[in-house]
Design a protein around this ligand. Structure first.
Ligand code: F6R
Length: 261
């Protein structure tokens, strides 16, 4: 890994909105504009997508734009950040099920253009599989817009504390706090998988635009830490500060612990 002191350290653009819904509508509209302008120039749009509670309103607005304002997803390709491992795609806990429920079942995206890490892939060949996932992103021209949430551990994707700056798509262990936070959805923590496949920090940082969203008081402390800490693998989201294409989109509560300039 390059020594962290040799990496650039930008002050990311921080946009603060009165609430998550207004912010999400704005993000969805920006995505829609890109899809439309790429379409006009005969190009595909490659989206990097996240799951969890944070992006739900963005997907809701994209669905509305499809239904009411003719936004077409025919030439959209999507790559999801992560999936639990092991995980069957038809499990209600899978990120495949999440994406279908919140977005894919309601828009005209071609299922062949949807990529989500395969939680059923045999463990023996998982490294090759992850390399192929990474390669596929490159083959399709790279990600235009990457959406991110942030976990209370400071994870982006499932790049937990300890993740390396140059990490790529791989199998990882989930942090205990991440499994605690996921417990409600699974009934109990013991049911939450201990591993996941995730895009790496490097995979994420290669995107042409990266939007990290955070809503609510529960995210205020980690947003403050991310913004005020030096670059460190202990808080993987700090690595976003090495890239000037990153924007933080926060609601007032998530921004409430930040120092006012
Ligand atoms: C999900 C993902 C995670 C979540 C993060 C926040 O695909 O990669 O990094 O974005 O755990 O989760 P929520 O949005 O549920 O607070």
């Amino acid at each position: 890994m390059p020594h962290v002191s040799s990496l650039g350290n930008y002050n990311p653009v921080v946009s603060v909105y009165p609430d998550a819904k207004v912010a999400s509508i704005d993000i969805a509209q920006r995505i829609a504009s890109l899809i439309r302008s790429n379409h006009q120039s005969g190009k595909q749009t490659v989206l990097g997508l996240a799951t969890g509670s944070t992006p739900i309103y963005v997907y809701e607005e994209l669905v509305r734009l499809h239904r009411e304002e003719h936004l077409r997803f025919k030439d959209v390709v999507s790559f999801n950040l992560d999936e639990y491992f092991p995980m069957q795609p038809d499990s209600p806990h899978s990120y495949v099920a999440f994406m279908q429920k919140h977005l894919f079942d309601h828009v005209d995206i071609n299922p062949d253009n949807v990529y989500i890490p395969d939680g059923t892939h045999p463990r023996e060949s998982i490294e090759d599989y992850c390399r192929t996932y990474e390669q596929k992103i490159g083959d399709l021209g790279g990600i235009d817009i990457q959406l991110l949430g942030i976990g209370r551990t400071g994870h982006i994707g499932f790049n937990e504390p300890g993740a390396e700056f140059d990490s790529q798509t791989r199998l990882v262990e989930l942090n205990d706090l991440t499994r605690t936070d996921a417990a409600a959805g699974f009934g109990e923590k013991e049911q939450v998988p201990t591993e996941a496949i995730t895009m790496g920090i490097d995979t994420i940082l290669k995107a042409r635009k990266i939007i990290l969203m955070a809503w609510g008081k529960g995210k205020a402390a980690i947003i403050k830490k991310m913004m005020e800490s030096d670059l460190t693998p202990d808080i993987p989201a700090t690595f976003l500060k090495t890239c000037e294409r990153v924007e933080l989109v926060l609601d007032t509560e998530a921004a409430s612990d930040l120092r006012k300039e």
